[in-house]
Unconditional design. Sequence first.
Length: 266
Amino acid sequence: MKSRKLIIGLLAIALTVSITSCERVAPNYIGVLMENYGKAGKEDFSTTKGKVNTMTPGTELFQVPLFEQRAKFEAPLSLKAADNTAFTSKPTYSYAVIEQRAVDVVFQNKQLGSGDEFMKALEDNILEAKIYDIMKEESRKFITDSLMANGGSLRFEERVQGLVSKEFEERGLKLTTFSSQLEFSDKVTKKIDNRNEVNTNVSVLDQQIIEQRKRNQLALLKAEENKILSSGITPELLSQQAIDKWNGQLPSTWAGSSLPFVKSLK
C-alpha cells in the first residue's frame, strides 16, 4: 500500500515537473530556444513554435514579438551643433524584428535575459545607446542656422533615420518610423528670429534699391527722348511741313509779313 502511494506521488511530481518545464510560444511571437547554455555559439540557438520543453539544464526559451514595437526616450538627449550651440532631442521610434533574423537578435543580446522585458532591455541598453551615438556625431555636422532654417531639422532627421535604419538592420531589426523632435532654448530661438528679421529687412531694402534704380533709368531715358524730339523741331522742319501741306494757291490773307517758305525780294 505504501509503495503504491509512493509510486503515485512520484508520478504526480513527474507530471508537475513535466507541466511546469513546458512553455508555449505566445501568438504573434516566435520562440528562440537556447540549448547547452549556448556553449557552441549560434549553433545552440534555433527558432521554435508551440509547446517547448525547457526541463533540460542549459535550456532557455526567448519569446520574440513579431509585431511592431513603439518606443521613446524617457529623458531628452543633450546635443551640440557644429557652432557649439546646445540643443535637445527626445526621439520616438518604432521597429519590428525581422522573423528570419530572430536568432541573431537573441544570440547578440542573450545577456539581457529571456523574460517579458527582453525587448525593453534591448531598447534601453542597446538600441537607444546606438541612436544617441549617431545623433551626437551627426549634430556636429550641422550649424544652428541650418538646423533651424525651413526644412533644416527635417534634413537632419532624415540623415539620422537612414543611419539608425542601417544600424537596426545589422541587428536583425527593421526601423519603421523615427522622429528626432529637436528643441532649442528660448535664447537661441530669439537670436535666430532676430537675425532672420534683419535679413528680411535687408532683402526688402535691396529690392527697393533695385526698383528705384530702374525707375531712375527709365526717367533718364524719357528725358533723353524728349530732348531728342525737341531738338528736331527747327524752322526748316516747319517750312518743310508747310510746303508738304500747301496746295499751290496763295491765301488772300495771312498772319505775319510773309509765308514762312517765301523769301522777300529786295
